[in-house]
Design a binder for this molecule. Sequence first.
Ligand SMILES: *[C@@H]1O[C@H](CO)[C@@H](O)[C@H](O)[C@H]1NC(C)=O
Length: 369
Amino acid sequence: MAYYNSLLCFCILYFTFNFNTIITQGIGHVPAVIVFGDSLVDVGNNNHLELSILKSNFPHNGIDYPNRKATGRYSNGKNAADFFSENLGLTKTAPPYLSIKSAPNKVKVLLEQGGINFASGGAGIFNETTKLFKQSISLNEQITYFRTVHGELMQQLGTVQAQTYLAQSVFLIAIGSNDILDKFQAVDSILGNEPAGDQFINSMIIILKSKLKTIYNLGARKFAVVGLGLIGCCPRLRSDNPTGECNERANHWSVKYNKAVKSLLQELKEELTDIHYSLINTYDIMVDFIQQPAHYGFTEIKSACCGGGKFRAQVPCLPIAVYCKNRRDHIFWDLYHPTEAAAKIIMNELFVGTEKYVYPANLKQLLEI
Ligand SMILES: *[C@@H]1O[C@H](CO)[C@@H](O)[C@H](O)[C@H]1NC(C)=O
């Protein structure tokens, strides 16, 4: 009995010690990163979706990742989720939820690994986006998974410590591109038409707002929200355009959506008062990439590095595809996704950028609060 007691005691001490070392990690005492989103930040969730064809766990993806490993990131190397954790001073990238779903103690993994990532390539704000035949995990399902982890965290740490832990964590949200892309590539796209398009954007915003509130109610207080990029200039939409120019309609709706997200976050801040957020203006950063590529070290702004056909964007980055020698000078890795180099610059701006790129404050300022 005595032996049993001391063992139990040791475990509790060990656990407490462990927790305390973790909460002092990272800048601004950020213990963990919780990620929701799409392929821009998926670090391998889709590898676990049996029926999904939206995968990237094969070459040439990961060609610049340690050991050339194709991890399920849609990138030649690291992606935005990696740079996010790195910039916070965390030693590891938050692991994909589906890789730890059956771990005996998910909370232990969360505490040790500095977060959890629920993002899924192809995911959207709408349940319907790329959901057909279980291709991806919708935002709604991502939050359902988080709810499970949240319950276990409360149970293991106790309410007060769990709440503190989550309030100190940063919630990275990168979603919305697929909802717009899906609509765009439909034959009778409603986004050609102004009132219908506005209505579409508006319904995205209404859902996003309610999802952010749900995440808030589960303990989140610090948000890093990634605005939509220059969607119309991704190699795929350029290749669909006979002139090879950007798809201006896609860009138009991205701008509208981004403005609406900015207002949505202002509203949330007024309603909930104790939230803090940084909204990264990915769109304008990408405009600058294209207007002054040399400033950022880019020489190829139109074509994907990996793929086939016009702009290497008519065929995806499959093992049979060709890829560029120098990934550092391309903005786009494949038909839709940025290179590691581009993702790194965007994530650096999120942390230290000026108000031109990050609103209302960068993440470094946010964490000094
Ligand atoms: C998405 O699906 C969930 C679960 O089925 C449902 O509760 C929710 O209302 C749906 N959201 C929308 C916007 O349809």
